[in-house]
Design a protein around this ligand. Structure first.
Ligand code: NI
Length: 192
């Protein structure tokens, strides 16, 4: 997920990892962004490296969430860090096989963006509070309740694992308009 249109990510969110590699982020439309991703069976060193690279890519963008299909890997893996306050310590989360197991009836509307749909924002309404389970990079199972921006972001990223983008929540006119802008962006980038 991209940081909101109204303000950026705190500058202090970059973590001093070593040997990290930024990966190119796929831009919509791309068939790989429409696929249902496969559950991860074993957390190998390659997958841990991928997760670290995704965090590096996300912070660099800058973004607050990134899903593996956005870097062309069709595994159920997302990373996120929604700490926005200057001076707050970063909280990088790596989630393998994340799953929403409960959602509040109360809804929340947020102006969403996506690193695969640069500079486009639209209001999306989702459950305000969600319980999520996932497996961390050490294979440990977690369950946590997320609220507010964290809840929005984790739902947005899990959608990516099911081939769903935030623009799929919009009406067809708005979605087509954004898709055309992205096609033009890709043409312009390909031309250099
Ligand atoms: Ni996204």
């Amino acid at each position: 997920m991209a940081p909101g249109a109204r303000g950026g990510v705190a500058a202090a969110t970059v973590i001093p990892y070593i040997r990290l590699m930024k990966r190119p982020i796929l831009i919509h439309p791309d068939p790989r962004l429409k696929k249902v991703c496969a559950p991860v069976a074993d957390i190998s060193d390659d997958l841990r490296q991928l997760a670290d690279d995704m965090l590096e890519t996300m912070y660099d963008a800058p973004g607050i969430g990134l899903a593996a299909p956005q870097v062309g890997v069709l595994d159920r893996l997302i990373v996120l860090d929604c700490v926005r306050e200057e001076g707050e310590p970063p909280r990088p989360l790596v989630m393998f096989n994340p799953e929403v197991i409960a959602s509040s009836d109360e809804m929340n509307t947020y102006d969403e963006g996506c690193l695969s749909i640069p500079d486009q924002y639209a209001e999306v309404t989702r459950p305000k509070v969600v319980d999520v389970t996932w497996i961390d990079r050490d294979g440990k199972l977690h369950r946590e309740t997320f609220d507010g921006l964290w809840a929005t972001c984790v739902q947005h990223e899990i959608d990516h694992l099911n081939g769903k983008l935030f623009i799929d929540y919009l009406g067809p006119m708005k979605r087509q308009m954004i898709t055309r802008k992205m096609q033009k962006l890709k043409r312009d980038r390909a031309r250099g």
